[in-house]
Design a protein around this ligand. Sequence first.
Ligand code: ZN
Length: 184
Amino acid sequence: MADRDTATGVLGLVQAFVNTVDLQDGPEELAHPNALETWLVAHELMQAGQPVSEADLKHAIAVREAIRAVIGANTGGRVYPLDVATLNEAATASRLRARFSADGKARLEPEAGGVAGAMGRVVAAVFSAMADEGWSRLKLCSSPTCRWVFYDGSRNHSSRWCTMATCGNRQKARRFRERARSIA
Ligand SMILES: [Zn+2]
């Protein structure tokens, strides 16, 4: 991944969470509850030593894929009622509240601990990211088998693939094959 494809701040956190799996070639970073714990602790979304169950892992992956769908909407993708329900449930379960800190700035913080709280922080990051002017530049790769999240740093917001070197060329090759078939 080139630097231009990687977002920073809350956008970067959202991008990193959704990209914990490479749908096309693997690996799945969140393959085990322990791996989920490690990821959440490393990104300061949860304190270490809290229990993480298989159900938590399933829930986290559902939240991740709902966020992928919401990012897909930036390029005309469909958001299904299940995606919306998953995100709303994660927000409710974490008991997100508006909190003002000492510097007078407000943010959303979960009252719940554990993975529920961590998912609340992820949803809060999506909430903040959507208010960021860079949100519309967060896109899914146009390759239907890839759907990797990339940050479109191009001047006219016209990038469609995560990296031209791989997915862009793959798409071109497919179109070429299809054209060749239709001519034959
Ligand atoms: Zn791609």
